[in-house]
Design a protein around this ligand. Structure first.
Ligand code: RIB
Length: 299
């Protein structure tokens, strides 16, 4: 049984780098097209694996060419593929990604089989979830499935980390079960209504999330680093300065890394420092999973 269970999406990313984002209705010329492994759940699971964590990834992919490639990719990563479900009726998840010259991205996800990861599927993996130390979740699968998995984990005393991406409203019931939430600037704004342009704004958002029942709040702030709040004190962790090529999967790398460090018994602040370094390395390279660093690169 694995210490860290990740439940979430698995996508194939269809990526084009371009000098800038097109305006609505505009056609612009980009660079060569790339087909790369992605999906927030998958990226986080791969980050855990590459950073030395003991991971089990539960996901649903189609029985199509993308699904075959995806499963092959997990095998190459040395991951157990027995928990990757194959859906005969839905296409695999695909994400259309444009990356501009500043490294910013815009992403549209066609969820396909990710949207059909059901509570019944989660039940079939119940033993693995209950035996874990950490459950890492995101929001590219149905909210009902996220809530169901959280309920199983909570009852078993498993620590739940939720990366609330893409941003969505969350129930107090779900928030109250979380050991940690890791929103970025826009997600924390959506969840709390606070304006998060400064460290002070992030502190206000962290207080609001803690008041709704989350034990630890970690707000990622891009070039401003990250803010942690455990209900008693704030800590600001500075970003590692790097030349940004592509921010895709920086958040996923951060989440996988923070989970690995916590599972090794590091403190909240030490874990966020480790995750900040991992995420910084990931933005220096293009693509989602291909940009995720290995443990030795961070050390
Ligand atoms: O977080 C980055 C990921 O978001 C991409 O890999 C894409 O698949 C989308 O899920």
């Amino acid at each position: 049984m694995s210490k860290i269970v990740v439940i979430g999406s698995s996508n194939t990313d269809l990526v084009v780098a371009a000098p800038r984002m097109p305006e609505p209705g505009e056609t612009i010329m980009g660079m060569d097209f790339m087909m790369l492994a992605g999906g927030k759940g998958a990226n986080q699971a791969v980050a855990v694996k590459r950073l030395g964590g003991d991971v089990c990834f539960i996901a649903n992919v189609g029985r199509d060419m993308f699904g075959d490639r995806t499963v092959e990719n997990y095998k190459n990563e040395g991951m157990d593929i027995s928990t990757i479900l194959r859906d005969p009726e839905a296409p695999s998840g695909v994400a259309l990604i444009t990356v501009d010259e500043g490294g910013e991205n815009s992403i549209v996800v066609a969820p396909g089989a990710n949207n059909r990861l059901t509570c019944k599927d989660i039940d079939s993996q119940r033993e693995k979830i209950e035996a874990a130390e950490y459950l890492l979740l995101q929001l590219e699968i149905p909210m009902e499935t996220v809530e169901y998995a959280a309920e199983i984990a909570h009852r078993a005393g498993v620590k739940i980390i939720l990366n609330p991406a893409p941003a969505a409203a969350l129930s107090d019931e779900l928030l109250s079960k979380l050991y940690m939430i890791t929103p970025n600037r826009t997600e924390s704004q959506l969840l709390t209504g606070a304006t998060v342009n400064t460290i002070e704004g992030a502190e206000n958002a962290a207080i609001a999330l803690h008041a709704r029942g989350v034990k630890n709040v970690v707000i990622t702030l891009g070039s401003l680093g990250a803010l942690t709040f455990d209900g008693k004190k704030f800590e600001h962790i500075a970003a590692t300065p790097v030349k940004t090529v592509d921010t895709t999967a920086a958040g996923d790398t951060f989440n996988g890394a923070v989970c690995v460090a916590l599972s090794e018994g590091r403190s909240l602040v030490e874990s966020v420092q480790f995750a900040t370094r991992a995420a910084a390395l990931s933005v220096t390279r293009i693509g989602a999973q291909v940009s995720i660093p290995y443990r030795k690169e961070i050390e």
